[in-house]
Design a protein around this ligand. Structure first.
Ligand code: F6R
Length: 614
């Protein structure tokens, strides 16, 4: 989720790189760096914090040159420090590299490197060193060859850009799973290229771009641009004319960040599980847990602390830990946790869930749990955030920057990590290899199934349009879909300002059903799981009160269609994985209702993205 910029041409590279970094800051902003080839030598400057801090550090230094690369970082491996900032280097400053993505096998590669002088804790530095190791100074085509030789050795994802002090007319770019775009400069006689991780920094200079596809390597040479496909064949790529303005480009063409982030989910979900699956053993591998199997077996209770959407992810974690690992699990709203007397001791494992990693209530809960002797682990999105640091160990969910106030992709990725943890604990207890394999295969199918739901977004928009003027809503679910009802209800409240309540369907008859009337619609999550029949009875009770019912059902469920005023289908998956899919129509429904009502989608009233007050 970091940002890459590169330039090669006749203009001064530095202002282009710095301007580009500013345009990309929305993607990640914990540190930034530039490298420019100035009179045969590469000058590199890096700084933590915003791009402005980098500009300040550069100060009055004269850096002249027409070739350069730059990066703004959203940390994944290693904390927020200058040595961890890009560009990374090899060959005593001769080679510089910027990289987005995750190199899964970097630890193995690191052992094999001849040059063992590492300045950072990052996977990206290993990539730089490996390319340099494969470089042959005697061969003038070697920069391209070295990159091509390195990529098959690497497992993971990358969008990368490499420069070399002895190659003043050349940049090499490659992409696998992490986007890169090449802008073709306007003046054909003065060849020039702008490279970036999205089109935003390129737009002020040119609208003509070529998008690299996965597996492609580009030799961006002043003598001409050459692109090779995964089979190393030279290919002719089309040029696309970009009509977006800068703001639209940052949102990848979507109307706002919330919609972009909803549609980001299939891709970032893959980042949450990448490198964390051991199919052979039917288990998960989450290094951040930092516990021996013996210590894991000694855990007798799990407590999850979180707020808002993160707490609903936590409730799904509770179902997973209890079902797969037989460990009694409680979910505590962080703001309540430290004001009661939670039963916690050294056999309790506390998970603190937080997208921002800065939520004060959750931070206080972390401190309280540590004081009482619990083992605390964080599950957080923002690397190096306070909760991640204070918990001491934990796992990042790799959702990338979440900018819309309403949390969407962080929810799915938190659930993904919790499921992996539950499986890892479960495999040390009674979960069989076959069950583990089934769960993991199910997880691997989730992105494809998410895409199928997203492809039907326009249908959900029509439904939202029909219901947007009702002042009240009920969200109903049972079992694992009860937290989903709460999450759906919260999404609707916060984005559209419509009053809504979530109930476990079986509880309605104990009071709340009195509210039902034709003016009080109900959204029922009724996917085919072990509580399907029970959920059906709940929906019948609602229909008997003449409320309108929107049903989220499993594809092919004709009965559900007959019971519903409106139906939204989702693909079948294992019950424990249902929330990963069911959340998408709930997010889209809330989103389109809010759009229909003309709400401020990314910044709903009275809310803040990071709640650092009690
Ligand atoms: C809802 C939402 C909030 C957050 C909550 C916790 O869409 O975004 O409910 O989930 O404020 O925030 P984090 O996860 O940053 O601790």
């Amino acid at each position: 989720m970091c940002g890459i910029v590169g330039y090669i041409g006749k203009k001064e590279a530095l202002p282009i790189l710095l301007g580009g970094l500013r345009d990309l800051e929305y993607r990640g902003y914990d540190s930034a760096g530039i490298a420019v080839l100035d009179d045969g030598k590469i000058k590199r400057i890096r700084e933590i914090g915003k791009v402005d801090f980098l500009v300040k550090k550069i100060g009055q230094q004269v850096i002249k040159g027409n070739l350069g690369i730059a990066h703004t970082r959203w940390a994944t491996h290693g904390g927020v420090t200058v040595p961890n900032a890009h560009p990374h280097t090899a060959g005593e400053g001769k080679l510089m590299l910027v990289h987005n993505g995750i190199i899964e096998n970097y630890r193995e590669l690191k052992k094999e490197l001849k040059d063992q002088n590492f300045e950072s804790e990052t996977d990206s530095e290993i990539l730089a060193k490996l390319i340099y190791q494969n470089y042959d100074a005697k061969d003038k085509d070697s920069l391209l060859k070295a990159v091509k030789k390195t990529l098959p050795q690497v497992r993971g994802t990358y969008g990368l850009l490499v420069m070399h002090a002895d190659h003043p007319d050349e940049l090499v770019a490659a992409r696998l799973g992490s986007p890169l775009v090449i802008g073709i400069g306007n003046d054909e006689n003065k060849r020039e290229y702008y490279i970036a991780s999205d089109v935003t920094p390129i737009l002020p200079f040119t609208k003509q771009v070529t998008f690299l596809d996965d597996g492609e390597v580009a030799d961006i040479d002043l003598a001409g641009l050459k692109i090779f496909n995964i089979k190393d064949e030279l290919i002719a790529k089309g040029i696309t004319k970009i009509e977006w303005d800068k703001e639209k480009a940052q949102k990848n063409g979507y109307e706002n960040f919330m919609l972009k982030e909803i549609f980001d989910q299939p891709a970032v979900f893959e980042d949450a599980i990448r490198g964390r699956i051991n199919m052979k053993e039917g288990t998960a591998v989450l290094g951040g847990l930092a516990m021996t199997p013996e210590e894991m077996r000694n855990i007798k209770r799990i407590v999850i602390v979180a707020c808002g959407t993160a707490s609903y992810a936590g409730m799904i974690g509770k179902y997973a830990f209890e079902r797969l690992a037989d460990i009694p699990t409680e979910v505590d709203i962080s703001s309540e946790f430290r004001y009661r007397d939670p039963v916690i001791n050294e056999k309790t494992l506390v998970f603190a869930l937080s997208q921002s990693g800065e939520t004060l209530d959750t931070l206080m809960a972390v401190r309280e749990a540590k004081r009482k002797g619990a083992t605390v682990r964080s599950i957080v999105n923002v690397v190096g955030s306070t909760i991640a640091r204070e918990a001491g160990a934990g796992t990042y969910i790799h959702a990338g920057p979440e900018i819309a106030v309403a949390s969407t992709k962080a929810f799915t990725n938190t659930v993904a990590v919790l499921l992996l943890y539950a499986l890892e604990f479960g495999r040390l207890r009674h979960v069989t290899l076959a069950t583990g394999e089934r769960l993991l295969s199910g997880l691997l199918e989730i992105p494809g199934k998410m895409n199928r739901i997203l492809a039907e977004a326009s249908k959900i928009k029509i439904i939202a349009e029909k219901y947007k003027n009702y002042p009240n809503f009920f969200f109903l679910g049972r079992g694992i879909n009860y937290p989903m009802a709460m999450e759906g209800s919260l999404k609707l409240k916060e984005t559209s300002y419509i009053h809504s309540e979530a109930y476990p369907a079986g509880e309605m008859k104990h009071g709340a059903i009195a509210l039902l009337s034709p003016d009080f619609p109900v959204l029922a999550i009724m996917t085919k799981n072990q509580l399907y029949e029970k959920m059906k009875s709940g929906v019948q009770e609602v229909r008997a009160r003449k409320s309108k019912v929107i049903v989220i059902a499993t594809e092919g469920d004709e009965e559900a269609k007959e019971m519903a005023d409106d139906i939204i289908y989702v693909p079948k998956t294992m019950e424990l994985l249902e929330p990963l899919l069911n959340t998408i129509p709930l997010q889209l429904f809330a989103y389109y209702v809010a759009v229909g009502l003309g709400r401020d989608i990314d910044r709903p009233r009275n809310l803040a993205k990071s709640v650092t007050v009690e």
